[in-house]
Design a protein around this ligand. Sequence first.
Ligand SMILES: NC(=O)c1ccc[n+]([C@@H]2O[C@H](COP(=O)([O-])OP(=O)(O)OC[C@H]3O[C@@H](n4cnc5c(N)ncnc54)[C@H](OP(=O)(O)O)[C@@H]3O)[C@@H](O)[C@H]2O)c1
Length: 233
Amino acid sequence: MKSVLITGTSKGFGYALLEEFLNEGWIVFALARNVSLFSKLSEQYKNTCVSIEADVTNENVSKLIDEIIKSRTDHLDLLINNAGNAELCFGIDNVTPMDLENHFKVHVSGVFRVIKTCLPFLIKSIEPIIVNVSSRKGSINKINSGAYRILLPYQIAKAAQNMLTVGLNQELKDTNIKVYAIQPGNLKTDVAPIDADTEPHVAAETFYQWITSENKLSTQNFYDLMNNTSLDW
Ligand SMILES: NC(=O)c1ccc[n+]([C@@H]2O[C@H](COP(=O)([O-])OP(=O)(O)OC[C@H]3O[C@@H](n4cnc5c(N)ncnc54)[C@H](OP(=O)(O)O)[C@@H]3O)[C@@H](O)[C@H]2O)c1
């Protein structure tokens, strides 16, 4: 049975991914700050939905992930770093250094912490994959061209997360682990952009088709899931 750990499964895209992978028969380690928000799925999939109640910014998350994965399996096939925050602090006067740090803690050091913890399990899979759910707004090229309204903390954090993705691919190139950065679509979630046009469950189904297909674009690309193209980094 294939296994996946997904962060941020309490709502939005993470919840939709949780439902999709459970439907497809995977063991899902579902990490959220409040696991009661998906208790219906935990009850429906008693044997395959494994809750991890944790915050990715908290150091204790590593011990918990390690213990809970070990209690069920010795390997992990897929890690999806989906948890994300996006405070709407537009304009330099409304942004504090703490806002930058808060976003960095979730999108970069939080992602790094979860990846480091999962590596010993991923390495034991035949085709291990890490997907970092990034954003088109983390594209330095797009921001430089004036494509989007500036939202510094979120955009800086996602750009830094993209650097983590490409750096890890270099670091891990002698292993079988692949690390992808994706733009998941313009999703109708709590942090929906003004041009949101996609239901999270539609993006989750598309994600499942993509991740299980043989012919994915290489990890050199910043993958735009719903358009099946690559974005500028
Ligand atoms: N919506 C879009 O169009 C869009 C576009 C591009 C990229 N993205 C990215 O896609 C991902 C999912 O976004 P979404 O639209 O589904 O947003 P969402 O509905 O706000 O969901 C975000 C999820 O992340 C969780 N989370 C936040 N901080 C966390 C932490 N410190 N530890 C653990 N979980 C945490 C939230 O948990 P709580 O319930 O506890 O807050 C929630 O489950 C994010 O990384 C986002 O940046 C979204």
